[in-house]
Design a protein around this ligand. Structure first.
Ligand SMILES: Nc1ncnc2c1ncn2[C@@H]1O[C@H](COP(=O)(O)OP(=O)(O)OP(=O)(O)O)[C@@H](O)[C@H]1O
Ligand SMILES: O=C(O)C1=C[C@@H](O)[C@@H](O)[C@H](O)C1
Ligand SMILES: [Mg+2]
Length: 175
């Protein structure tokens, strides 16, 4: 059974990784870290800028470097970017180094939660719903391949989801 001192949250944009991760960290008495935020701090630029200037490939390079390091941080809940599972190297460090929770949500809910936000360059398309559907088809098997636990986050407040995650985590790790 993977150990509980590192918890990694994976899942698509709008699944609630950042929101729920913060609450979960508080409940566990852990630190909270977010790979997207860490990439922005280290680059000195926001994610849309990185995509504009360096392309998605440039962003993925930065993401792999940051995850290689952040997945070694103890007593931490780590929220990852929606595409963190795309690279095999990332899947390996996530699966090997901590307890991985896949936060799932419906397309409709994802759309609602990401609509107001301009900070997700992959969704700046003519048809974000179609983009989310395509990304889900491509990525759901990858999320599942590294997940120790899958949690549906629909129709519950972030607080309730965080409590459910905590209960499932405790049951799954027997701690
Ligand atoms: N269970 C929930 N119910 C309602 N709203 C939620 C829930 N979880 C998150 N949200 C809201 O949805 C939006 C997106 O959540 P959040 O930023 O945590 O997602 P994320 O998984 O970190 O996305 P990204 O991969 O783009 O970083 C936020 O405005 C957040 O308040
Ligand atoms: O789903 C994705 O590929 C992404 C999700 C965000 O968390 C960011 O990591 C970035 O916008 C890319
Ligand atoms: Mg996030």
């Amino acid at each position: 059974m993977p150990e509980l001192h590192r918890v990694f949250l994976i899942g698509p944009m709008g699944a609630g990784k950042t929101t729920i991760g913060r609450q979960l960290a508080r409940s566990l008495g852990f630190g909270f870290a977010d790979s997207d935020a860490e990439i922005e701090v280290r680059t000195g630029a926001d994610i849309p800028w990185i995509f504009d200037v360096e392309g998605e490939a440039g962003f993925r390079e930065r993401e792999e470097a940051v995850l290689a390091e952040m997945t070694t941080w103890d007593n931490t809940v780590l929220a990852t970017g929606g595409g963190a599972i795309l690279r095999p190297a990332n899947r390996q460090v996530l699966a090997e180094r901590g307890f991985v929770i896949y936060l799932r949500t419906t397309l409709e809910e994802q759309l609602r939660r990401t609509r107001r936000d301009r900070n997700r360059p992959l969704l700046q398309t003519a048809d974000p719903e179609d983009t989310l559907r395509r990304l889900f088809a491509e990525r759901d098997p990858l999320y599942r391949s590294v997940a120790d636990l899958v949690i549906d986050t629909d129709s519950s407040s972030p607080k309730t989801v965080a409590q459910r995650v905590l209960a499932s985590l405790r049951a799954a790790t027997d701690s």
